[in-house]
Design a protein around this ligand. Structure first.
Ligand SMILES: Cc1ncc(COP(=O)(O)O)c(C=O)c1O
Length: 460
Protein backbone atom coordinates (compact mmCIF):
# COMPACT_ATOMS: atom_id res chain seq x y z
CA UNK A 1 0.00 0.00 0.00
CA UNK A 2 2.63 2.49 1.11
CA UNK A 3 4.83 1.50 -1.85
CA UNK A 4 1.98 2.07 -4.29
CA UNK A 5 1.03 5.37 -2.67
CA UNK A 6 4.54 6.81 -2.95
CA UNK A 7 5.07 5.35 -6.43
CA UNK A 8 1.78 6.86 -7.65
CA UNK A 9 2.67 10.18 -6.09
CA UNK A 10 5.97 10.15 -8.01
CA UNK A 11 4.40 9.01 -11.27
CA UNK A 12 1.68 11.67 -11.10
CA UNK A 13 4.24 14.30 -10.01
CA UNK A 14 2.44 15.03 -6.75
CA UNK A 15 5.98 14.40 -5.53
CA UNK A 16 8.37 16.19 -7.86
CA UNK A 17 11.89 15.14 -8.85
CA UNK A 18 14.24 16.20 -6.07
CA UNK A 19 11.55 16.34 -3.36
CA UNK A 20 12.83 14.98 -0.09
CA UNK A 21 11.01 12.05 1.52
CA UNK A 22 10.66 11.93 5.30
CA UNK A 23 13.20 9.73 7.06
CA UNK A 24 12.04 6.14 7.51
CA UNK A 25 11.91 6.78 11.25
CA UNK A 26 9.73 9.89 10.96
CA UNK A 27 7.34 8.29 8.49
CA UNK A 28 7.06 5.16 10.61
CA UNK A 29 6.10 7.26 13.62
CA UNK A 30 3.64 9.28 11.53
CA UNK A 31 1.94 6.20 10.12
CA UNK A 32 2.20 4.11 13.28
CA UNK A 33 4.03 1.26 11.53
CA UNK A 34 7.36 -0.47 12.15
CA UNK A 35 10.40 1.39 10.86
CA UNK A 36 11.47 -1.76 9.03
CA UNK A 37 8.21 -1.66 7.05
CA UNK A 38 9.03 1.82 5.80
CA UNK A 39 12.67 0.82 5.19
CA UNK A 40 11.47 -2.13 3.07
CA UNK A 41 9.24 0.16 1.03
CA UNK A 42 12.04 2.70 0.56
CA UNK A 43 14.42 -0.06 -0.54
CA UNK A 44 11.93 -1.20 -3.14
CA UNK A 45 11.34 2.35 -4.35
CA UNK A 46 15.11 2.78 -4.67
CA UNK A 47 15.43 -0.60 -6.42
CA UNK A 48 12.78 0.35 -8.95
CA UNK A 49 14.28 3.78 -9.50
CA UNK A 50 11.48 5.97 -8.16
CA UNK A 51 13.62 7.46 -5.41
CA UNK A 52 17.33 7.73 -4.67
CA UNK A 53 19.27 7.80 -1.43
CA UNK A 54 22.04 10.39 -1.06
CA UNK A 55 24.81 9.69 1.34
CA UNK A 56 24.28 11.38 4.68
CA UNK A 57 21.54 13.52 3.17
CA UNK A 58 18.31 11.59 2.83
CA UNK A 59 15.97 10.02 0.33
CA UNK A 60 14.75 12.00 -2.67
CA UNK A 61 12.40 11.57 -5.60
CA UNK A 62 14.42 10.46 -8.61
CA UNK A 63 14.48 12.09 -11.99
CA UNK A 64 12.34 9.30 -13.32
CA UNK A 65 11.52 9.29 -17.04
CA UNK A 66 7.82 9.62 -16.25
CA UNK A 67 8.36 12.93 -14.55
CA UNK A 68 11.19 14.50 -16.57
CA UNK A 69 11.05 16.58 -19.71
CA UNK A 70 10.81 19.99 -18.15
CA UNK A 71 7.09 19.97 -17.52
CA UNK A 72 5.55 18.67 -14.36
CA UNK A 73 2.65 16.38 -15.14
CA UNK A 74 0.42 17.97 -12.56
CA UNK A 75 -3.09 18.23 -13.88
CA UNK A 76 -2.47 16.23 -17.08
CA UNK A 77 -5.89 15.32 -18.48
CA UNK A 78 -7.00 11.80 -17.75
CA UNK A 79 -7.31 9.62 -20.83
CA UNK A 80 -9.52 6.65 -21.41
CA UNK A 81 -6.62 4.74 -22.96
CA UNK A 82 -5.17 2.04 -20.75
CA UNK A 83 -2.95 -0.96 -21.35
CA UNK A 84 -5.16 -3.99 -21.87
CA UNK A 85 -2.42 -6.43 -20.92
CA UNK A 86 -0.52 -6.09 -17.70
CA UNK A 87 3.21 -6.11 -18.42
CA UNK A 88 5.26 -7.43 -15.49
CA UNK A 89 7.36 -4.68 -13.98
CA UNK A 90 11.13 -5.02 -14.37
CA UNK A 91 13.14 -3.75 -11.41
CA UNK A 92 14.92 -0.57 -12.33
CA UNK A 93 18.41 -1.28 -13.61
CA UNK A 94 19.98 2.04 -14.55
CA UNK A 95 22.72 3.43 -12.35
CA UNK A 96 21.91 6.61 -10.46
CA UNK A 97 24.28 9.47 -9.73
CA UNK A 98 23.88 8.92 -6.02
CA UNK A 99 25.34 5.44 -6.02
CA UNK A 100 28.90 5.65 -4.78
CA UNK A 101 29.64 1.93 -4.78
CA UNK A 102 27.51 -0.36 -6.90
CA UNK A 103 27.24 -3.93 -5.62
CA UNK A 104 24.26 -4.85 -7.76
CA UNK A 105 24.14 -8.28 -9.33
CA UNK A 106 26.65 -9.24 -11.97
CA UNK A 107 27.23 -6.05 -13.92
CA UNK A 108 30.21 -5.85 -16.26
CA UNK A 109 32.74 -3.17 -15.36
CA UNK A 110 32.73 -0.46 -18.08
CA UNK A 111 36.31 0.42 -17.05
CA UNK A 112 37.35 -2.95 -18.47
CA UNK A 113 35.59 -2.54 -21.82
CA UNK A 114 38.09 -3.19 -24.64
CA UNK A 115 37.51 0.20 -26.17
CA UNK A 116 40.53 0.34 -28.49
CA UNK A 117 39.96 -3.07 -30.06
CA UNK A 118 36.21 -2.58 -30.25
CA UNK A 119 36.60 0.83 -31.89
CA UNK A 120 38.90 -0.70 -34.48
CA UNK A 121 36.38 -3.44 -35.20
CA UNK A 122 33.52 -0.95 -35.51
CA UNK A 123 35.56 1.40 -37.70
CA UNK A 124 36.40 -1.51 -39.97
CA UNK A 125 32.70 -1.99 -40.62
CA UNK A 126 32.18 1.67 -41.43
CA UNK A 127 34.27 1.56 -44.62
CA UNK A 128 31.19 0.56 -46.58
CA UNK A 129 27.58 1.72 -46.36
CA UNK A 130 25.29 -0.47 -44.27
CA UNK A 131 23.68 -3.20 -46.36
CA UNK A 132 19.93 -3.62 -46.79
CA UNK A 133 17.88 -6.20 -44.95
CA UNK A 134 19.82 -9.25 -43.84
CA UNK A 135 19.25 -12.62 -42.29
CA UNK A 136 16.72 -12.43 -39.40
CA UNK A 137 18.86 -14.63 -37.18
CA UNK A 138 22.20 -13.06 -37.88
CA UNK A 139 25.11 -12.28 -40.10
CA UNK A 140 26.67 -15.47 -41.52
CA UNK A 141 30.20 -14.30 -40.57
CA UNK A 142 29.15 -13.85 -36.95
CA UNK A 143 27.26 -17.13 -36.74
CA UNK A 144 30.35 -18.92 -38.07
CA UNK A 145 32.67 -17.07 -35.67
CA UNK A 146 30.41 -17.91 -32.71
CA UNK A 147 30.06 -21.57 -33.62
CA UNK A 148 33.85 -21.92 -33.75
CA UNK A 149 34.33 -19.97 -30.52
CA UNK A 150 31.77 -21.87 -28.42
CA UNK A 151 33.16 -25.17 -29.61
CA UNK A 152 36.71 -24.16 -28.73
CA UNK A 153 35.96 -22.36 -25.48
CA UNK A 154 33.34 -24.61 -23.90
CA UNK A 155 32.78 -27.67 -26.04
CA UNK A 156 29.37 -26.64 -27.31
CA UNK A 157 28.87 -28.32 -30.65
CA UNK A 158 27.03 -26.26 -33.22
CA UNK A 159 26.83 -25.92 -36.97
CA UNK A 160 26.79 -22.19 -37.86
CA UNK A 161 23.20 -22.66 -39.09
CA UNK A 162 22.15 -23.53 -35.55
CA UNK A 163 23.50 -20.28 -34.12
CA UNK A 164 20.98 -17.47 -33.74
CA UNK A 165 22.21 -13.97 -32.97
CA UNK A 166 19.80 -12.39 -30.47
CA UNK A 167 19.32 -9.08 -28.71
CA UNK A 168 20.79 -10.46 -25.50
CA UNK A 169 19.72 -13.62 -23.72
CA UNK A 170 16.34 -12.07 -22.97
CA UNK A 171 15.25 -12.10 -26.60
CA UNK A 172 16.20 -15.75 -26.90
CA UNK A 173 13.88 -16.57 -23.98
CA UNK A 174 11.09 -14.59 -25.61
CA UNK A 175 11.55 -16.34 -28.96
CA UNK A 176 11.58 -19.75 -27.28
CA UNK A 177 8.38 -18.92 -25.39
CA UNK A 178 6.72 -17.91 -28.68
CA UNK A 179 7.82 -20.92 -30.70
CA UNK A 180 8.59 -23.85 -28.46
CA UNK A 181 5.51 -23.58 -26.26
CA UNK A 182 1.89 -22.52 -26.59
CA UNK A 183 -0.01 -20.30 -24.14
CA UNK A 184 -1.13 -22.41 -21.19
CA UNK A 185 1.84 -24.80 -21.45
CA UNK A 186 3.85 -25.41 -18.31
CA UNK A 187 7.49 -24.39 -17.98
CA UNK A 188 9.52 -25.32 -14.89
CA UNK A 189 11.97 -22.73 -13.58
CA UNK A 190 14.48 -22.64 -10.76
CA UNK A 191 13.27 -21.16 -7.46
CA UNK A 192 15.07 -18.97 -6.57
CA UNK A 193 15.85 -18.01 -10.14
CA UNK A 194 16.25 -15.30 -12.75
CA UNK A 195 13.29 -12.89 -12.67
CA UNK A 196 13.46 -11.50 -16.25
CA UNK A 197 13.27 -15.00 -17.80
CA UNK A 198 10.37 -15.98 -15.58
CA UNK A 199 8.51 -12.79 -16.43
CA UNK A 200 8.89 -13.14 -20.19
CA UNK A 201 7.59 -16.71 -19.98
CA UNK A 202 4.61 -15.53 -17.95
CA UNK A 203 3.91 -12.69 -20.32
CA UNK A 204 3.78 -15.17 -23.18
CA UNK A 205 0.97 -16.95 -21.37
CA UNK A 206 3.00 -19.86 -20.02
CA UNK A 207 2.29 -21.45 -16.68
CA UNK A 208 5.52 -20.97 -14.75
CA UNK A 209 6.08 -23.59 -12.04
CA UNK A 210 8.83 -23.12 -9.42
CA UNK A 211 11.20 -26.01 -8.74
CA UNK A 212 13.54 -25.86 -5.73
CA UNK A 213 17.30 -25.59 -6.04
CA UNK A 214 19.71 -27.29 -3.61
CA UNK A 215 23.49 -27.39 -3.45
CA UNK A 216 23.56 -29.66 -6.56
CA UNK A 217 21.35 -27.43 -8.70
CA UNK A 218 17.68 -27.79 -9.67
CA UNK A 219 15.95 -30.68 -7.86
CA UNK A 220 15.14 -32.77 -10.92
CA UNK A 221 12.71 -35.06 -9.08
CA UNK A 222 10.48 -32.09 -8.37
CA UNK A 223 10.00 -31.04 -11.98
CA UNK A 224 6.25 -31.43 -12.47
CA UNK A 225 5.02 -34.00 -14.97
CA UNK A 226 3.01 -31.30 -16.79
CA UNK A 227 6.18 -29.39 -17.71
CA UNK A 228 7.02 -29.22 -21.42
CA UNK A 229 10.21 -27.24 -20.87
CA UNK A 230 12.61 -26.41 -18.08
CA UNK A 231 14.76 -23.29 -17.74
CA UNK A 232 18.07 -23.71 -15.87
CA UNK A 233 21.35 -21.89 -15.17
CA UNK A 234 23.64 -24.93 -14.63
CA UNK A 235 27.09 -23.29 -14.78
CA UNK A 236 26.35 -20.73 -12.10
CA UNK A 237 22.85 -20.84 -10.75
CA UNK A 238 21.24 -17.42 -10.45
CA UNK A 239 21.19 -16.27 -7.68
CA UNK A 240 22.69 -18.99 -5.45
CA UNK A 241 25.79 -19.46 -7.60
CA UNK A 242 25.87 -23.24 -7.20
CA UNK A 243 27.07 -25.36 -10.10
CA UNK A 244 24.74 -28.12 -11.20
CA UNK A 245 26.61 -31.37 -10.58
CA UNK A 246 27.38 -33.80 -13.38
CA UNK A 247 24.97 -36.32 -11.84
CA UNK A 248 22.14 -33.74 -11.83
CA UNK A 249 22.89 -32.80 -15.43
CA UNK A 250 22.59 -36.44 -16.46
CA UNK A 251 19.42 -36.86 -14.41
CA UNK A 252 17.89 -33.80 -16.05
CA UNK A 253 18.73 -35.05 -19.52
CA UNK A 254 17.36 -38.52 -18.73
CA UNK A 255 14.12 -36.99 -17.46
CA UNK A 256 13.92 -34.76 -20.51
CA UNK A 257 14.27 -37.78 -22.76
CA UNK A 258 11.63 -39.78 -20.89
CA UNK A 259 9.15 -36.92 -20.91
CA UNK A 260 10.05 -35.21 -24.18
CA UNK A 261 11.03 -32.04 -22.36
CA UNK A 262 12.98 -29.13 -23.83
CA UNK A 263 15.86 -27.79 -21.72
CA UNK A 264 16.70 -24.09 -21.90
CA UNK A 265 20.31 -23.86 -20.73
CA UNK A 266 21.19 -20.26 -19.80
CA UNK A 267 24.99 -20.09 -19.70
CA UNK A 268 25.08 -16.37 -18.99
CA UNK A 269 28.44 -16.01 -17.20
CA UNK A 270 30.38 -19.20 -17.86
CA UNK A 271 33.32 -17.15 -19.14
CA UNK A 272 34.19 -16.21 -15.56
CA UNK A 273 35.04 -19.39 -13.70
CA UNK A 274 37.43 -18.37 -10.93
CA UNK A 275 38.33 -21.57 -9.10
CA UNK A 276 37.95 -24.68 -11.21
CA UNK A 277 37.21 -25.57 -14.80
CA UNK A 278 33.60 -25.34 -15.98
CA UNK A 279 31.68 -28.59 -16.25
CA UNK A 280 30.57 -29.65 -19.69
CA UNK A 281 27.42 -27.81 -20.74
CA UNK A 282 24.26 -29.91 -20.87
CA UNK A 283 24.12 -29.06 -24.57
CA UNK A 284 27.31 -31.02 -25.06
CA UNK A 285 26.00 -34.08 -23.22
CA UNK A 286 22.73 -34.05 -25.13
CA UNK A 287 22.45 -36.61 -27.90
CA UNK A 288 18.76 -36.17 -28.61
CA UNK A 289 18.57 -32.51 -29.66
CA UNK A 290 16.51 -31.16 -26.81
CA UNK A 291 18.76 -28.44 -25.40
CA UNK A 292 18.39 -24.79 -26.37
CA UNK A 293 21.65 -23.18 -25.28
CA UNK A 294 21.87 -19.44 -24.58
CA UNK A 295 24.91 -17.17 -24.21
CA UNK A 296 25.28 -13.41 -23.87
CA UNK A 297 27.87 -10.66 -24.17
CA UNK A 298 26.18 -8.67 -21.40
CA UNK A 299 28.69 -9.86 -18.80
CA UNK A 300 31.80 -9.96 -20.95
CA UNK A 301 31.34 -6.75 -22.97
CA UNK A 302 28.36 -4.55 -22.11
CA UNK A 303 24.64 -5.24 -21.64
CA UNK A 304 23.71 -2.16 -23.66
CA UNK A 305 25.21 -3.72 -26.80
CA UNK A 306 22.27 -6.17 -26.69
CA UNK A 307 24.30 -8.99 -28.14
CA UNK A 308 23.56 -12.58 -27.26
CA UNK A 309 23.15 -15.86 -29.05
CA UNK A 310 21.26 -19.11 -28.94
CA UNK A 311 22.25 -22.53 -30.23
CA UNK A 312 19.17 -24.50 -31.09
CA UNK A 313 18.22 -27.92 -32.42
CA UNK A 314 17.76 -27.86 -36.22
CA UNK A 315 14.03 -28.68 -36.26
CA UNK A 316 13.30 -25.40 -34.44
CA UNK A 317 15.36 -23.21 -36.75
CA UNK A 318 12.73 -22.26 -39.26
CA UNK A 319 10.09 -21.30 -36.68
CA UNK A 320 12.59 -19.32 -34.64
CA UNK A 321 13.82 -17.52 -37.75
CA UNK A 322 10.25 -16.59 -38.67
CA UNK A 323 9.55 -15.42 -35.11
CA UNK A 324 12.62 -13.19 -35.08
CA UNK A 325 11.72 -11.75 -38.48
CA UNK A 326 8.22 -11.05 -37.23
CA UNK A 327 9.05 -9.25 -34.01
CA UNK A 328 12.37 -7.61 -34.77
CA UNK A 329 13.28 -8.07 -38.47
CA UNK A 330 16.97 -8.78 -37.76
CA UNK A 331 19.86 -7.91 -35.45
CA UNK A 332 21.60 -4.57 -36.19
CA UNK A 333 24.31 -5.00 -38.82
CA UNK A 334 26.93 -2.70 -37.29
CA UNK A 335 27.35 -4.44 -33.96
CA UNK A 336 27.11 -7.88 -35.54
CA UNK A 337 29.83 -7.20 -38.06
CA UNK A 338 32.06 -5.61 -35.40
CA UNK A 339 31.56 -8.58 -33.10
CA UNK A 340 32.35 -11.03 -35.90
CA UNK A 341 35.79 -9.42 -36.30
CA UNK A 342 36.19 -9.12 -32.54
CA UNK A 343 35.61 -12.84 -32.05
CA UNK A 344 37.39 -14.23 -35.10
CA UNK A 345 40.34 -11.85 -34.67
CA UNK A 346 41.10 -13.22 -31.19
CA UNK A 347 40.19 -9.96 -29.40
CA UNK A 348 37.50 -11.64 -27.34
CA UNK A 349 39.85 -14.32 -26.01
CA UNK A 350 42.41 -11.68 -25.12
CA UNK A 351 39.77 -9.54 -23.41
CA UNK A 352 38.55 -12.52 -21.39
CA UNK A 353 42.06 -13.38 -20.25
CA UNK A 354 42.54 -9.79 -19.11
CA UNK A 355 39.19 -9.43 -17.34
CA UNK A 356 39.50 -12.80 -15.58
CA UNK A 357 42.64 -11.47 -13.95
CA UNK A 358 40.63 -8.51 -12.63
CA UNK A 359 37.43 -10.24 -11.57
CA UNK A 360 39.24 -13.22 -10.01
CA UNK A 361 40.74 -11.25 -7.08
CA UNK A 362 37.43 -9.46 -6.53
CA UNK A 363 35.70 -12.83 -6.33
CA UNK A 364 38.31 -14.10 -3.86
CA UNK A 365 37.98 -11.02 -1.68
CA UNK A 366 34.19 -11.28 -1.52
CA UNK A 367 34.31 -15.01 -0.86
CA UNK A 368 36.81 -14.56 1.94
CA UNK A 369 34.74 -11.80 3.49
CA UNK A 370 31.56 -13.87 3.27
CA UNK A 371 33.32 -16.83 4.85
CA UNK A 372 34.33 -14.50 7.70
CA UNK A 373 30.74 -13.32 8.14
CA UNK A 374 29.67 -16.93 8.46
CA UNK A 375 32.53 -17.83 10.83
CA UNK A 376 31.41 -14.97 13.09
CA UNK A 377 27.81 -16.20 13.09
CA UNK A 378 26.49 -13.18 11.17
CA UNK A 379 25.04 -15.21 8.29
CA UNK A 380 24.07 -18.87 7.72
CA UNK A 381 26.42 -21.00 5.56
CA UNK A 382 26.76 -19.24 2.20
CA UNK A 383 26.11 -21.19 -1.01
CA UNK A 384 29.28 -22.35 -2.80
CA UNK A 385 29.93 -20.11 -5.77
CA UNK A 386 33.09 -20.34 -7.86
CA UNK A 387 32.14 -18.29 -10.83
CA UNK A 388 30.58 -15.18 -12.27
CA UNK A 389 30.31 -11.69 -10.90
CA UNK A 390 28.20 -12.16 -7.77
CA UNK A 391 28.00 -14.03 -4.49
CA UNK A 392 24.71 -14.60 -2.72
CA UNK A 393 24.36 -14.70 1.06
CA UNK A 394 21.43 -16.06 3.04
CA UNK A 395 20.40 -14.10 6.13
CA UNK A 396 19.36 -15.39 9.53
CA UNK A 397 15.61 -15.46 10.11
CA UNK A 398 14.55 -12.08 11.41
CA UNK A 399 17.24 -10.15 9.53
CA UNK A 400 15.53 -8.17 6.77
CA UNK A 401 17.47 -7.87 3.53
CA UNK A 402 15.48 -4.82 2.45
CA UNK A 403 16.35 -2.98 5.66
CA UNK A 404 20.03 -3.69 5.18
CA UNK A 405 19.85 -2.64 1.53
CA UNK A 406 18.07 0.59 2.51
CA UNK A 407 20.61 1.40 5.20
CA UNK A 408 23.48 0.78 2.80
CA UNK A 409 21.71 2.92 0.21
CA UNK A 410 21.75 5.75 2.71
CA UNK A 411 25.55 5.43 2.58
CA UNK A 412 25.60 5.42 -1.21
CA UNK A 413 25.99 1.66 -1.62
CA UNK A 414 23.58 -0.16 -3.92
CA UNK A 415 22.98 -3.85 -3.31
CA UNK A 416 20.27 -6.25 -4.51
CA UNK A 417 18.16 -8.39 -2.25
CA UNK A 418 16.97 -11.77 -3.50
CA UNK A 419 13.31 -10.74 -3.40
CA UNK A 420 13.03 -10.67 -7.20
CA UNK A 421 14.41 -14.18 -7.45
CA UNK A 422 11.87 -16.07 -5.43
CA UNK A 423 8.44 -17.32 -6.42
CA UNK A 424 7.64 -19.17 -3.20
CA UNK A 425 7.95 -17.74 0.35
CA UNK A 426 11.56 -17.61 1.40
CA UNK A 427 14.16 -16.42 3.84
CA UNK A 428 15.72 -13.11 2.95
CA UNK A 429 19.06 -12.92 1.17
CA UNK A 430 21.43 -10.41 -0.40
CA UNK A 431 23.46 -10.63 -3.59
CA UNK A 432 26.91 -9.06 -3.53
CA UNK A 433 27.86 -8.11 -7.06
CA UNK A 434 31.53 -7.46 -7.73
CA UNK A 435 31.39 -6.63 -11.44
CA UNK A 436 31.21 -2.88 -10.93
CA UNK A 437 33.03 -2.46 -7.62
CA UNK A 438 36.81 -2.68 -7.73
CA UNK A 439 38.99 -3.95 -4.87
CA UNK A 440 39.23 -0.52 -3.23
CA UNK A 441 35.49 -0.05 -3.33
CA UNK A 442 34.89 -3.56 -2.02
CA UNK A 443 37.28 -2.82 0.82
CA UNK A 444 35.00 0.07 1.81
CA UNK A 445 31.63 -1.54 1.17
CA UNK A 446 32.14 -5.00 2.67
CA UNK A 447 32.95 -3.75 6.22
CA UNK A 448 29.87 -1.51 6.03
CA UNK A 449 27.78 -4.55 5.13
CA UNK A 450 29.32 -6.40 8.07
CA UNK A 451 28.50 -3.51 10.38
CA UNK A 452 24.86 -3.61 9.29
CA UNK A 453 24.69 -7.36 9.89
CA UNK A 454 26.20 -6.87 13.33
CA UNK A 455 23.42 -4.54 14.42
CA UNK A 456 20.59 -6.26 12.53
CA UNK A 457 18.02 -8.10 14.63
CA UNK A 458 17.90 -11.84 14.01
CA UNK A 459 17.00 -15.17 15.51
CA UNK A 460 19.44 -18.03 15.07
C1 LIG B 1 20.65 -15.52 -15.33
C2 LIG B 1 20.91 -14.49 -16.37
N1 LIG B 1 20.71 -14.79 -17.65
C3 LIG B 1 20.95 -13.90 -18.63
C4 LIG B 1 21.41 -12.64 -18.34
C5 LIG B 1 21.77 -11.70 -19.45
O1 LIG B 1 20.70 -11.10 -19.98
P1 LIG B 1 20.82 -10.24 -21.32
O2 LIG B 1 21.74 -10.97 -22.24
O3 LIG B 1 19.41 -10.22 -21.81
O4 LIG B 1 21.34 -8.90 -20.96
C6 LIG B 1 21.61 -12.27 -17.03
C7 LIG B 1 22.03 -10.90 -16.73
O5 LIG B 1 21.98 -10.41 -15.64
C8 LIG B 1 21.37 -13.22 -16.02
O6 LIG B 1 21.57 -12.91 -14.73
Amino acid sequence: MLFEQIRDAVMSARLAPGDRLPTSRALAVELGVARSTVATVYARLIGEGFVVARIGDGTFVAHHPATTGGTRRRGTAATSLAARRVVPRTPHVEPTADVRIDLRTGRADPRLFPLVDWRRCVTGVLHTPPPGYGNPVGLPALRTALSTWVQRSRGVVAHPEQVLVTAGAQQAFDLFARVLLAPGDTIAVEDPGYGPARRVFEHNGLRVVPVPVDSDGIVVDEIPSAARAVYVTPSHQLPTGVTMTAARRRALLALAQRRNLAIIEDDYDTEYRHVDRPLEPIQMLDTSGRVLYVGTFSKTLAPSLRLGFAIVPEPLLDALTQARALVDTQPPHLTQAALATFVSGGHLDRHLRRTRRVYGPRHDLVREHVAGLHADGLIPPPPQSNAGLHQMVHLHPGTEAATIAARLAERGIAIDTTSDNWITPHHDGLIIGFGLADLDQLAIALPLLRAELEVAPHTR
